[in-house]
Design a protein around this ligand. Structure first.
Ligand code: MN
Length: 498
């Protein structure tokens, strides 16, 4: 489910015919060495493909349009080895529709001060040529990522790799399909939004089905399959049966196994990659989907509770952007729940009624069956665990009525050393940057939701670049945030984004 495509990124070096064949051969050879080194670095999640050097308007236009049409190309990396007059780039850039990275690098790291002559300088003039390209991209308002530095440096390669993940989020966003099983939770504001505008801005198709239709898929699941999946659960997770009869406990768990199988089938047949539920609209389901949703999220599906399709879409894209991250720590739907306001130790306990992704779990999750404090179904089975310690980003996409705003808060997940034996849900305990007092005030001023899409494997820069590509306002809350500056930023953004 999670796997997207074996995406590739094209490497397009700009030059011009003025320099003659010998120089153009050198340019092509240097580009080949750079691409080879990038691919061999082990720091890029996707392959870079070298394209012939672009020397005129026709070849530039052709390259960008071929990139548009190539289903595996998720973006183009441009670099001007020499000077490439930027009027040649106008048509190609106008027609290009995929993510663009301007790698502002240079073949040689050091200037050979002893031997440098005019020939060397003319053949190695990225500082000159990349400024011409940058000017045109800015004049045309082309959204692009710029990475500066020598191509052999680990930090540069890491930023290129991070951008590739963002680019996949941008490309995948254009055809993301989200299913709402039931409508928005009654009276709740922040989970609502303009679905037409979301499709225009993000590309998301957001459809509603009565949950009864998905429930039919659950009812149709073969009991043999339910038993087999429940066995998998019992092998994979610990069980906290409390004083419940083991046979009765297993019956409750089997309900979630049937929901997982039935929902998965429904989502696959209808081609949806993200799903939204609402505990007020469960129709024929015996339990609120808990364990079932947690497992689907771990498998790469997006999820939002109480009708929250905006967070579901973000979670799905963040799952794709973090696919196959080495040493991944996890990505989940999340909710701000309760504060720890002890001076010097401030934190927010994050949880939800049930639906937190076990990818963030520290240690082995356990299955519990407990009553739901809200809703009117039988006690649902769910996975309980606490989150790994470490940094992460909490992201909220809100609809301000006339436009969307994306809010990104750097957070520090704290080790949860004290057990909470009576809390029957998964949780994280985090401190927002720059601290709880400023972080929470900034979040409230920005209008951030209680639901977030949370990842320990993405940076604010990656999420912000995705937002910029979507053309929406992005508000960062981090170590640099001050309330005075944030208020001004929001005021200025209100004028800039209309
Ligand atoms: Mn909620």
């Amino acid at each position: 489910m999670l796997a997207s495509k074996p995406y590739e990124f094209w490497f397009a070096t700009g030059s011009q015919n003025l320099y003659g064949d010998a120089t153009l051969q050198l340019v092509a050879e240097h580009s080949r060495q750079i691409v080879e080194a990038l691919n061999a670095s082990g720091r890029l999640p996707f392959r870079v493909v070298l394209k012939p050097t672009l020397v005129d308007a026709a070849s530039i236009r052709r390259c960008f349009n071929e990139a548009n049409d190539d289903r595996l190309c998720a973006g183009v990396v441009t670099w001007m080895h020499t000077f490439s007059p930027a009027k040649m780039w106008i048509l190609g850039l106008q027609e290009f529709r995929k993510p663009l990275l301007h790698l502002h690098t240079q073949f040689n790291a050091a200037i050979p001060f002893e031997s440098i002559d005019m020939d060397f300088m003319n053949a190695n003039q990225s500082a000159h040529g990349d400024r011409e390209f940058g000017h045109m991209a800015t004049r045309m308002g082309v959204e692009r990522k710029i990475v500066v530095g020598h191509w052999s440096e680990a930090a540069v390669q890491k930023r290129v790799g991070d951008w590739m993940r963002t680019a996949v989020g941008i490309v995948e966003s254009s055809h993301l399909r989200i299913v709402r099983l039931g409508d928005n939770m009654r009276d709740v504001a922040v989970t609502e939004g303009d679905k037409v505008e979301a499709q225009i801005k993000f590309g998301w198709e957001i459809d509603a089905y009565e949950i009864a239709e998905a429930a039919q898929y659950v009812d149709a699941v073969d009991p043999v399959e339910v038993k087999a999946l429940t066995d998998v659960y019992y092998d994979t997770y610990d069980l906290i049966t409390d004083d419940r009869d083991p046979a009765d406990f297993r019956k409750h768990v089997e309900v979630q196994a049937a929901i997982e199988i039935g929902f998965r089938r429904f989502l696959e047949e209808h081609d949806y990659q993200a799903v939204v539920t609402n505990f007020q609209m469960l129709s024929g389901l015996k339990q609120l989907p808990g364990l079932a949703i947690q497992r689907l999220m771990a498998d790469g599906y997006g999820f939002g509770a109480e009708g929250d399709w905006k967070t579901a879409g973000l979670v799905r894209l963040m799952k794709l952007m973090t696919a196959d991250v080495k040493g991944a720590k996890g990505t989940s739907f999340m909710e701000d729940y309760t504060y720890h306001l002890v001076p010097g130790d401030e934190a927010i306990l994050q949880a939800h009624m049930l639906e937190i992704c076990p990818s963030i779990a520290s240690g082995k999750p356990a299955i519990k069956v407990n009553p739901l404090s809200m809703g009117e179904r039988e006690d649902p089975a769910r996975l309980v665990f606490t989150c790994k310690p470490g940094r992460g980003v909490a992201c909220s996409l809100v609809d301000l009525g006339t436009r969307f705003r994306l809010i990104v808060n750097d957070v520090q997940c704290l080790a949860q050393n004290v057990t909470m034996p009576k809390l029957p849900v998964a949780s994280a305990l985090w401190r927002p940057e720059p601290d709880l007092v400023v972080g929470a005030e900034a979040w409230l001023l920005a209008g951030g939701a209680h639901h977030t899409a949370f990842s320990m494997d993405l940076t604010a820069e990656q999420i912000g670049d995705w937002g910029a590509a979507m053309g929406v306002e992005c508000v960062f809350i981090d170590k640099q945030t001050t309330i005075r500056a944030l208020k001004n930023e929001l005021r200025w953004n209100a004028a800039a984004y209309r």
